[in-house]
Ligand binder design. Structure first.
Ligand SMILES: [Zn+2]
Length: 504
């Protein structure tokens, strides 16, 4: 067995081989009820409280398809530039597993509802890569097994297992790419960018929250290598249920290095499923992969075929929202930023927050500045995501407004933000409590200006002599004396006035 110690370096692997990937993403739809029965899909309920004869696979129970599930599948298909089937059926995928009480999964086989599409994804440098989509089909989730008594939570070493069928029958859409070729060393980056773009699309469509950390979206990474110049694909491995963007990239990268090591040694890659381990960034062998015929697929006799009318499909198409890539391209133009700037905003998870801040009245430049500067730094320091910070877009917009009105300068605004984050209240409250308003009142500033002039006679003389630029030093002294709260522009005017000098 190949271990991490005899991996080939990434560069060496790419020097000999081209990676070919296939990505299979499962998305749990956010429907209120399950795919084939009326049971609730709400998360976090007591085990086995959301079940019925249909999703428990009782003899004689009959499924009925969820119309919202079909509509969601069509939305996803259209957003991925797919053809929508005029007629398709569900199929039974037969296999036994304790978390699947029917002994088959209701899925789609050779008649997917959506097929032959593509998704353009953006790489870190702003370049676009087109990923071809093979199909998007409907199926249902299985129940959940919890293995008790072992050290790892896996079945090996467990004393017993618990089964919860609340998840059994929750609608899933599986989206399968065609082989992704030609990405070369950027293959892992393409995998990550694809899953991210797909997640953005799913969220924009409103069909699922697509939270990977909650298992609402998970990715199987199929990977194979072939020597440069060869057409035939190598044997692939399938790393199952990878549940973060970073892990998708790491899993692809690791498999490239592992495959290269096996092939360089003259070994053969076994077609198998593998598990990815977050802690080590490695994969280990799962089970030998079944072929499609092992599942003895056949058309589901209890469900009628699905024949979405063209009128309905066009109605759904007309109702699609602006899709994420188009939206980002529009914002890049509107905000006058580069594709690279947009990548940073996206990486920071700041896009929706910035847009919400602009919607709350801030100008685009200020909204970007605060979220990508001060707030990104705070989030980073406390190790939380931007949207978990204790400040709302409306509050950030208010800070930006106070700066625009001249009530706050940048330095004071940072203190206000700090106060809001510390739970001292909204921006106005923090300004009041901490006494942070910019002082532009002449009587309050006059004394500080007088003191600065008296304390720096040499500089004052230079200014009297016409060196207006020297006023900066006195402004600095006043700002220091007022702990940054003075209105710098007004201070400069006062200094020049008092010294009898005019600016122009
Ligand atoms: Zn049910």
């Amino acid at each position: 067995m190949t271990t991490t110690t005899d991996l080939v370096s990434y560069e060496d692997a790419l020097a000999s081989y081209d990676p070919v990937m296939g990505l299979e993403v499962h998305v749990e739809l956010g429907t209120k009820t399950k795919m084939f029965c009326g049971c609730s899909t709400e998360l976090g309920q007591d085990a086995n409280t959301q079940t019925c004869p249909t999703c428990l696979g009782m003899p004689g129970a009959l499924p009925v398809v969820n119309a919202i599930g079909i509509e969601s599948a069509i939305k996803i298909g259209l957003a991925l530039n797919c053809e929508i089937a005029e007629w398709c059926r569900f199929a039974r995928k037969n296999y036994f597993y304790p978390d699947m009480p029917k002994n088959f999964q209701t899925s789609q086989y050779d008649e997917p509802i959506a097929f032959d599409g593509y998704l353009d994804v953006q790489l870190e440098d702003g370049e676009t890569f087109r990923v071809q989509i093979e199909r998007a089909h409907m199926e249902e989730d299985t129940g959940k097994s919890t293995h008790v008594g072992g050290a790892t939570g896996r079945i090996h070493g467990a004393s017993h297992s618990l089964l919860d069928y609340n998840r059994a029958g929750i609608p899933l859409i599986e989206i399968v790419t065609k082989p992704i070729e030609g990405a070369g060393e950027r293959a892992p980056e393409v995998a990550r960018a694809y899953v991210r773009e797909l997640r953005e699309v799913i969220k924009a469509l409103g069909v699922s929250e697509a939270r990977m950390e909650m298992g609402q979206m998970r990715c199987d990474v199929n990977l194979s290598l072939r020597p440069h110049g060869r057409e035939k694909f190598g044997t692939r491995s399938e790393t199952k249920n990878v549940n973060s963007l970073r892990s998708v990239e790491r899993a692809a990268r690791f498999e490239i290095q592992r495959h290269a090591a096996v092939l360089n040694d003259g070994g053969t890659i076994i077609q198998e499923t593998r598990h990815f381990h977050e802690d080590t960034g490695t994969t280990t062998s799962g089970r030998v992969k079944e072929e499609a015929e092992d599942y003895r697929y056949f058309p589901e006799p209890d469900l009628v075929p699905i024949a979405p009318s063209r009128a309905w499909v066009e109605e759904i198409r007309a109702g699609l929202p602006e899709l994420p890539l188009a939206r980002r391209n529009r914002l890049v133009a509107e905000w006058g930023i580069t594709a690279l700037d947009m990548q940073s905003i996206l990486n920071a998870g700041a896009l929706d927050l910035i847009v919400a801040t602009i919607d709350a009245g801030a100008d685009a430049a200020s909204a970007r500045k605060w979220w990508m500067g001060e707030l990104a730094r705070s989030a980073n320091e406390s190790g939380v995501a931007l949207d978990e910070l204790a400040i709302t877009p409306v509050q950030v917009a208010r800070v930006a407004e106070l700066v625009l009105k001249g009530d706050l300068n940048d330095k004071l605004a940072r203190q206000v933000i700090e106060g809001v984050l510390a739970g001292e209240g909204g921006p106005d409250e923090v300004v009041d409590k901490r006494g942070l308003k910019v002082v532009s009142d002449d009587s309050a500033l006059g004394t500080a200006v007088d003191e600065a002039i008296a304390g720096n006679p040499g500089i004052a003389d230079k200014i009297r002599g016409g060196k207006v630029a020297a006023a900066g030093a006195l402004v600095g002294a006043v700002m220091k004396a007022t702990r940054g709260q003075a209105d710098a522009a007004r201070v400069k005017e006062l200094i020049l006035e008092k010294l009898g000098v005019s600016e122009g």
